[in-house]
Design a protein around this ligand. Structure first.
Ligand code: C2E
Ligand code: CA
Ligand code: CA
Ligand code: CA
Length: 279
């Protein structure tokens, strides 16, 4: 039967093999990344609109593989999510971010919220609440200084279970943000029942909010909606002064993006926070 296989199929199959091969290579290296200390967190500051001060940072995972070099999270996180590695990696992220928060507070740097991304696989873990409780105890950070970022599609995996977990976090005092809002499901119906504090407007809306009337209309509608639900609003992906001014004028509370700073290694983030203490 092989002889009759059309060329296009052979080509497709060769491509599939290459993709599969790449994936397997990534997977096997990723499985050793933790123990080999190849993972790092970078921190991106968020500026409070009215004060211009850094009030929170988002922890963003970086992987520098000894053999493969730097791999973007967009590439390796879906793999870790699919094979379950995201569970131990995600726990490392939480512990590392909370430990760093503690160090900054001990150094007398300004009060700060630490935002950490949660994946669907993590949220589905039956003992996630206990794990986070013990990390908070271990690292001595206040629950209200931790913000967990979840996405709508993550919530939709098992809506009722997810809502119950988020409610537990909320009762503990942990802050919750809905990430990438406006992409994916946009389940406006569920929005009311999600126990969240903050909506993060996806950067695809911010991108041409100044030049594109349609994007501006959607962004304004999201902000109006968030306000009526008494949610905080964070804009992500703010790259220019015009975008910043626009989004501020609309009443957005916190702003994150290259306009202020890219995600930074901890040393550079420490310097930035120290500067803010002086001024
Ligand atoms: P995200 O949670 O939406 O994070 C924001 C992404 O936008 C980050 O990409 C950040 O570097 C990038 N970004 C920030 N400001 C700007 C800007 O002004 N312009 C543009 N074009 N981009 C900007 P990054 O670090 O590559 O992370 C990609 C995604 O990987 C994150 O998207 C998040 O979904 C996921 N991720 C990163 N770290 C973690 C983690 O520790 N756990 C989990 N589960 N997911 C993570
Ligand atoms: Ca995020
Ligand atoms: Ca986001
Ligand atoms: Ca995203």
């Amino acid at each position: 039967a092989r002889r009759h296989t059309p060329n296009s199929y052979q080509f497709y199959s060769a491509q599939m093999n290459a993709q599969l091969q790449e994936r397997l290579t990534l997977e096997s290296h990723l499985s050793r990344a933790l123990e080999r200390n190849e993972l790092q967190l970078h921190y991106q500051p968020r500026i409070e609109s009215h004060s211009g001060k850094i009030v929170s940072v988002e922890a963003l995972l970086r992987w520098n593989s000894r053999e493969l070099g730097a791999i973007s999270p967009a590439k390796f996180i879906p793999i870790a999510e699919a094979n379950g590695l995201i569970v131990p990696i995600g726990e490392w992220v939480l512990r590392t971010a909370c430990t760093q928060h503690r160090l900054w507070q001990q150094a007398g740097l300004p009060p700060l919220r630490m935002a950490v991304n949660l994946s669907a696989r993590q949220l589905a873990q039956p003992n996630l609440v206990e794990r986070i409780t013990s990390i908070l105890e271990e690292t001595q950070i206040q629950p209200q200084d931790l913000e967990l970022e979840v996405t709508e599609s993550l919530m939709m995996d098992n809506v009722q279970q997810s809502i119950l977990k988020l409610q537990q976090f909320r009762e503990m005092g942990i802050k919750l943000a809905l990430d990438d809002f406006g992409t994916g499901y946009s389940s406006l119906n569920y929005l009311r029942s999600f126990p969240i504090d903050t909506l993060k407007i996806d950067r695809s809306f911010i991108r041409d909010v100044v030049s594109n009337a349609h994007n501006a209309a959607v962004t304004n509608a999201i902000i109006t909606l968030a306000k009526s639900l008494r949610l905080n609003i964070t804009a992500e992906g703010v790259e220019t002064a015009e975008q910043c001014e626009y989004i501020k004028a609309q009443g957005c509370h916190e702003i994150q993006g290259y306009y202020f700073s890219p995600p930074l290694p901890k040393e550079a983030m420490t310097e930035l926070l120290a500067k803010q203490t002086v001024t």
